[in-house]
Every structure is written in structure tokens, then in C-alpha cells.
Design a protein around this ligand. Structure first.
Ligand code: ZN
Length: 313
């Protein structure tokens, strides 16, 4: 019988803007004071999650995808499509943009593009993120970039915990200091950096990618209300959809007691963001990431007192 759930051991990325929250508040056993990202569900070659339980324990997620397609409902595609991260920005991330599939395929060795979204786990009071820009034409955009008019260019949006922020490919964006998000994205690591606040890493500025940024930035930006999505979880033990795009659907489940729901997904990515409980017979807690396999996705069974973010293609 196929395992219904496979817990995953994350990969951690250390960055100049990272901190210690992923260890202190999510309980990950990761050393260092510059932990920027926990790649909880990843089959990306830059950092893979590894199966922790069941007959496939020790295998990388890409090995499961390539060798055991039945776990994913025989999904098509040459690579696992999603990447789920928790990001802790102790300092500001660079202002950046990602290409879409077509541009990335042509200019980045066949990589996927990157549409992403952020579920805000934690942020300062009056929290802000950078999403979108204020230029009304490509010409104005290029002028603002060439002349470093960053304050005029970038659009800041107010956010609070529980908000979902949609960042399509081509959207100027940045996570700002003090904000912690769960990111659901296409499995891609292609980032074009526009501005890095003049910071140095190992004594040198990190590279910028101004020409590619100008190529891919969408002008004008989509309105901010299409990017900051507020959805109240109206009741416990139901699935509340947070965002649906061509690439993924992300939802939240607030578990209180017992909860079960049917899906037609080939597989589901799940991350516990609060509390603890069980997914089928597996104990999970805040910070746990897992793949719910084709067998489990037919009828997902959760119990305990916890909040889970789930995503599917
Ligand atoms: Zn991004």
C-alpha cells in the first residue's frame, strides 16, 4: 500500500538578510544566524527536500518524482512543479523580478519561470511589502531604474498576518525586514535583481540584472488590490482557498478536532504553520512539511489543533 503522507526534511539557505527565527520559532535544527529560507518542499537542484518516512526514506523529492510517478497520480511534466519555502527576512531582501516560463526557457537554459505568492506568517505592526511599481510606461520605468529613483518606482503595500500576496512573473517585489512568509512558487530559482540597497556580500556587491529586469517587468503594474488578497477563514475544519493561478492553488485549513476532505488532486503539498496534530497517522507540528500522495489526496484526514497551508497544481 502506498504511503498516504511522506514527511520531508527541508533544505536551508543562508543569506545576508537571514536571521534565527527559523530555528527559534519554527524549531528547525539549523545552526547559524543568517538562516534566510527553509525549502520545505523542494525538488530544485539548488536545494532538495528528502523523504523522512516510509519505504522511500532517504530519497530526494526529485528521485520520488522521477522514479515513482504513481505517488503523484502519474502527473505529467519533467520536474516536480512547485517549491514551498518559509522565508525569514531579518533585513530587506533585494528588489527583484522573475521571468515567466517563455522568457526563462529562452534565456535561462530551459528553467521554469517563477510565479509566486506569499502567505504572511508574521510582520511588524504597519507591515509593508514591495509589490508592483508606479511607472506608467516602459520609458519611465527605464528612466527610474537608470537614475536610481527607487522610492518613486517601487510600490509599497500594507500587509498583516494572514494576508496572501500574489506575485506573478514580471512583478517588481521585495520582502521587507521583519516579515516572515510561507512562499508557494513554481520550482525555479531565477531572480533578476534590480536594487540591493548598496549592500556588500563578502566585500562585493551582489550582481544586478538591469537589462533582463527591464525586459520582463510588466508595465503598468496590476492594481495593488489584485495582489493583496484577504480571506477570512470562516470556520474550522473547512478548506479556505487563498489564491488560484494557472500554476497553483493555495488554501488554508484550520484544524480543530477532526477534519476530512476529498480532493481530485494528484498530490498535495502541505506545511503546518501553527499548532500540532496528525496528518493521517503521522504526528506533525509547526514547521512540518509533507507530500500528501495520490493515495492520501483522495480523502485527506487531519486532526489536532493546528493550521496548515496546502497547495496543488
Ligand atoms: Zn521573488
Amino acid at each position: 500500500m502506498m504511503d498516504k503522507v511522506i514527511l520531508l526534511k527541508p533544505y536551508f539557505s543562508h543569506t545576508i538578510w537571514g536571521g534565527t527565527k527559523l530555528r527559534d520559532e519554527f524549531g528547525y535544527d539549523e545552526p547559524g544566524d543568517d538562516i534566510g529560507e527553509c525549502w520545505g518542499i523542494s525538488a530544485h537542484p539548488a536545494g532538495e527536500a528528502v523523504a523522512e518516512n516510509g519505504e522511500y526514506a532517504g530519497l530526494k523529492l526529485s528521485e520520488l518524482w522521477n522514479g515513482h510517478k504513481e505517488l503523484f497520480g502519474n502527473a505529467s511534466g519533467d520536474r516536480f512543479p512547485l517549491l514551498i519555502k518559509i522565508i525569514d527576512a531579518k533585513k530587506d531582501l533585494s528588489i527583484q523580478v522573475h521571468p515567466d516560463d517563455a522568457y526563462a526557457a529562452e534565456h535561462e537554459n530551459g528553467s521554469l519561470g517563477k510565479n509566486e505568492c506569499w502567505y504572511v506568517l508574521d510582520c511588524p505592526e504597519d507591515g509593508e511589502l514591495i509589490a508592483g511599481h508606479n511607472a506608467s510606461s516602459k520609458e519611465e520605468l527605464c528612466d527610474m531604474i537608470d537614475n536610481g529613483r527607487w522610492d518613486e518606482l517601487i510600490r509599497r503595500v500594507k500587509v498583516k498576518p494572514g494576508d496572501m500576496i500574489r506575485i506573478d512573473a514580471g512583478t517588481v517585489h521585495a520582502i521587507t525586514a521583519g516579515v516572515c512568509v510561507l512562499e508557494t512558487q513554481q520550482s525555479s530559482d531565477v531572480t533578476y535583481r534590480l536594487y540591493d540597497y548598496g549592500r556588500l556580500q563578502n566585500g562585493k556587491p551582489r550582481p544586478l540584472h538591469l537589462d533582463k529586469s527591464k525586459d520582463v517587468i510588466e508595465v503598468p503594474s496590476a492594481p495593488a488590490e489584485k495582489q493583496v488578497l484577504r480571506r477570512e477563514c470562516v470556520s474550522d475544519n473547512t478548506v479556505t482557498e487563498l489564491v488560484k493561478t494557472e500554476y497553483f492553488t493555495v488554501a488554508k485549513v484550520k484544524v480543530n478536532g477532526e477534519c476530512a476532505f476529498d480532493t481530485d488532486a494528484g498530490f498535495i503539498c502541505a506545511s503546518v504553520i501553527k499548532g500540532s496534530g496528525k496528518v493521517f497517522d503521522k504526528n506533525v507540528k509547526k514547521g512540518s512539511h509533507m507530500l500528501i500522495t495520490a493515495e492520501g489526496a483522495k480523502k485527506v484526514k487531519l486532526s489536532g489543533d493546528m493550521e496548515i497551508i496546502i497547495s496543488r497544481v
